[in-house]
Design a protein around this ligand. Sequence first.
Ligand code: FAD
Length: 525
Amino acid sequence: YVMVIFFIYVSHFMSTSGKPKSWTNLLSPKLQNIHLADRLSDDPIAIKLASTDFGNIVKEIPAAVLYPSSNNDIASLIKFSHSSSPPFQIAARGQGHSISGQAMARDGVVVNMKSLRNHRNGNGVKVSSAASSSMGWYADVGGEQLWADVLNATLEHGFAPVSWTDYLYLTVGGTLSNAGISGQTFRYGPQISNVYEMDVITGKGDFVTCSPEKNTELFYAVLGGLGQFGIIVRARIPLEPAPKRVKWVRMLYNDFSAFTRDQEHLISINGRQQKNAVDYLEGSLLMSEGPHPNNWRSSFFSLSDHSKIISLLTKYGILYCLEVVKFYDDHTLASMEMEVQVLLEELSFIPGLVYEKDVLYVDFLNRVRSGEIKLQSQGLWDVPHPWLNLFVPKSRISDFNYGVFNDIILKRNITTGPILVYPMNRSKWDDRMSAIIPDEEVFYTIGFLHSSGFDDWGAIDVQNKAILQFCYDSGIEVKQYLPNYKTREEWKYHFGIKWRTFQERKNQFDPKIILSPGHRIFTND
Ligand code: FAD
């Protein structure tokens, strides 16, 4: 009798492969009995992948990884956790391109969103024409889809979304949980400002369709909500006719105020309304190369100018590169050429230091991919990335330049990788969304996109802390983009007056604090 009971007990905790699953101890033995058991894996390779991210600095080991075959699988898992005592934590993982463990779930379950791509039956990106709705053209896109796939699918119809990230191998759910910014943000707002509707599975396991008209609170909570309120399984994205080609121009400045003045003019209402208004605007720093190249030697700057650029870098330490793009089609080529010439005459870059390229629209949007492939082939893609991304109010950008670029960055000379600097407009964001930005109409995004060796990322981390400390000491009210904080106090400071709403929304949509524990917003009580 005892043997029979023992046998039943043991078989109860065995997986279909006959091997006991280690997650039964960490999660709940009862989970073994529901239909999801076969899609949960504690295979060492699955666990290893889910314990790391692009940042390659933080490691959190989950009990299991869910490979969902449907939205229903995700809902069942969350419902199961919600009804368990204690509940276990769950993180959606898109591409895992976070920097500090945001898509991880220690001792919980990581939902490998990619798995859904194999089960969408070709419906991961579904384009609807204006004829079928009053909304104009739009695409219904799975939260697990890559923006690269969204682009390819929509271009087949001659249409495309208007707001992008620089890099397209990120998931729709992952960027909508942050903001999704790039050189189009000043004109169209971030990606979170370009969503008509979403299907979300909340922290209670409820499947909810939300939009600005329906379940409004959840809609705005989720946009920029750091995965805290629900898992996005579908987003409806507006589309516009896609241009065929782009004129892509970079200019060099040695004077920071001239550089920012030109940037601010181009994104201003006047600049945006001009006939020669640009369609995309970014900026970056070029620095004299110490032991660490920051990769300014691209094919963009003609080889014959390299020695001139080097001597300017020796003289000034830093050059500032303004980057703009004009979209065009075959029939607008002539007018575009003229508009660009007029535009260049208005700007104050160093005479002669202007460089142009003419490329397909699709190649422009996918411009980071070739760099990725090159770094991958050199084994330099999967290295630590101690990134720091900040939003800086326009009124303090000059102080930031002196204190951070000219002092901290130049003196330490340890920077590796690009440093991005470009402005955007607050009015293109919606304050009801969870995303946090400075309280000024114009603010800059500053991206320190460092890469490092496995044993020297600490020095860059120290530099990042020095930058934050400088801002704090000087009263520059920066906000982190892709925020990374360790304490409740820091999170409260980050959210400012929106903290209360953020907390209330958490209580409403994920009261058991199940979702996205990797941010450590609610889990360190
Ligand atoms: P993950 O890292 O997998 O997840 C990020 C967070 O979102 C986690 O908290 C996760 O739990 C949650 N999440 C994931 N999927 C969902 C979902 N479906 N529903 C709800 N929550 C979810 N950002 C920009 O804005 N502009 C850029 O130009 C840009 N360029 C980048 C370039 C590179 C090379 C890298 C590595 C990152 C870049 N990023 C950029 C940052 C990027 O947008 C964020 O890191 C984003 O979260 C990555 O998407 P992901 O699919 O990898 O998300």
